[in-house]
Structures are given as structure tokens and as C-alpha cells.
Design a protein around this ligand. Structure first.
Ligand code: FAD
Length: 204
């Protein structure tokens, strides 16, 4: 028999950065009757391939707010969990090579300012000053966000997992969810394969 509980209030399928972040945020809000099942190892999916760029300029208000929250969170995650994340706020430069794209960047910059983000609209010459290796021959202009950064996606995911575990979440690797059980169109449980054994947990 597996040592996983037969019941959990929340079952999370997948231990990439999204699953581990959901586990962490549930735990932060006091929901700790949570089991996360990962079929392989944490971060072994798409998260492993990510470049780790953390940008705040997004196409919609909600995505901008989410990106802003993410940046603030990454700045404190290491202190909260004790797990180094590799997060560094080095800033970012986005460039436009057409007037239309430059307009789009400037619109995004205006929206970002509404949310209190530091953002500078810059000329091609200023792009060159900030990124000396850039060829700016066809650059119309750009935007610079000093608060943007880069993180290590694997270590950041581990930090979420560590923070979740510390608050009581159970995270189990090499546990493949086989089926999501439903009743009246609602997910109520899962079956999973762990160490060659079949188990079940609900509610989902
Ligand atoms: C080349 C590349 C570069 C990128 N660069 C950036 C970047 O710079 N910045 C950025 O923000 N985003 C970037 N991304 C996007 C980012 O990587 C993804 O948005 C993010 O990793 C998605 O995380 P996830 O947790 O949803 O998925 P995943 O990391 O894929 O996690 C899903 C997990 O679920 C597990 N799983 C699947 N099925 C089951 C099952 N049946 N039972 C149990 N577990 C299961 C998998 O093993 C996997 O670990 C990049 C993506 C790529 C490919």
C-alpha cells in the first residue's frame, strides 16, 4: 500500500512551476490538506526548459497585475523558504523595429505605469547605451523596465515546493495520475500509480 492519504481536499497533478506555485499559494492561505502528484521528478516538464525571464509588460491589465505580483513574490520567495531561486532584477529592454510595434510597446508602457511599474520609453541611441552589443540600425525605439529580471526556473520551483511542504503539503514524485474521477461532471478524485501500486485520492 502507498503511504499517501486516501483523501485530500485538493489533489494537484504535476510538479512543474505552476503546480508547485498552486501548492504554495494554497498553503499560504491555510489550505494544507493538499497532495501534489508528479509522474516523474519536480521540474522535469516544460519548466526545465524555460529561460527564466521574468517580464512585467503584458498585453492586458490582468496579465500585467499577475506579472507584477510574480516579480514581487520572486523578490521575497528565497527569504520565505530558505531555498535560493537565482532571481535577479537586472531590468529588461524590449525593442521595436517598426512604428506599429513601437506604438504597441508605448501603449503597454502607459498601462504598466497605471500599476506603478517603473518603465522608460527609450530611443535607439539609449538602447545602444544600455546594450552596447546590440545592432540598432533598424530599431525605432524601445522600452526599459528596470524591475524586470531573470530567475532559475528549477530552483524557483523547488522553493515553491519547499515552502508548500513546510506548511504541510504532501508532494510525491514518481506518482503518475492515471484517471481523474468525476461525478455529475465534477472532479471528485484521482487514481494514480506509485511504485507500481495503484492508489486513489479525492476530493479534487
Ligand atoms: C524553450 C522555452 C523557454 C521558455 N522561457 C520562458 C521564460 O523565459 N519565462 C517564462 O515565464 N516562461 C518561459 N517558458 C514557458 C514556461 O516554461 C512554462 O509556461 C512553464 O514551465 C509551464 O509550467 P507548468 O507547471 O504548467 O508545466 P510543466 O513544467 O510541464 O509541468 C507539468 C508537470 O506535470 C507532470 N505531469 C504530466 N502528466 C502527469 C500525470 N498524469 N500525473 C502526474 N504528473 C504529470 C509532468 O511530468 C510535469 O512535471 C519557456 C518555455 C520553453 C519551452
Amino acid at each position: 500500500m502507498t503511504d499517501l492519504p486516501a483523501h485530500a481536499r485538493v489533489v494537484i497533478v504535476g510538479g512543474g512551476i505552476v503546480g508547485c506555485s498552486v501548492a504554495y499559494h494554497l498553503a499560504l492561505r491555510g489550505v494544507t490538506d493538499v497532495v501534489l502528484l508528479e509522474r516523474s521528478e519536480l521540474t522535469s516538464g516544460t519548466t526545465w526548459h524555460a529561460a527564466g525571464l521574468v517580464g512585467q509588460l503584458r498585453a492586458t491589465h490582468n496579465l500585467t497585475r499577475l506579472a507584477q505580483y510574480t516579480t514581487e513574490l520572486f523578490a521575497t520567495l528565497e527569504a520565505d523558504t530558505g531555498q535560493a531561486t537565482g532571481f535577479q532584477q537586472r531590468g529588461s529592454v524590449s525593442v521595436a523595429t517598426t512604428e506599429a510595434r513601437f506604438e504597441e510597446l508605448k501603449r503597454g508602457a502607459s498601462m504598466a505605469r497605471v500599476f506603478g511599474l517603473a518603465v522608460n520609453v527609450i530611443t535607439a541611441g539609449e538602447v545602444k547605451e544600455m546594450v552596447p552589443l546590440a545592432n540598432v540600425d533598424d530599431v525605432v525605439g524601445g522600452v526599459h523596465l528596470p524591475g524586470d529580471g531573470v530567475t532559475n526556473p528549477v530552483d524557483t520551483t523547488r522553493a515553491f515546493a519547499k515552502g508548500a511542504r513546510a506548511r504541510g503539503v504532501i508532494i510525491r514524485e514518481h506518482a503518475r495520475v492515471e484517471r481523474i474521477l468525476t461525478e455529475h461532471g465534477r472532479a471528485v478524485g484521482v487514481t494514480y500509480l506509485l511504485d507500481g501500486e495503484v492508489g486513489a485520492a479525492g476530493e479534487v
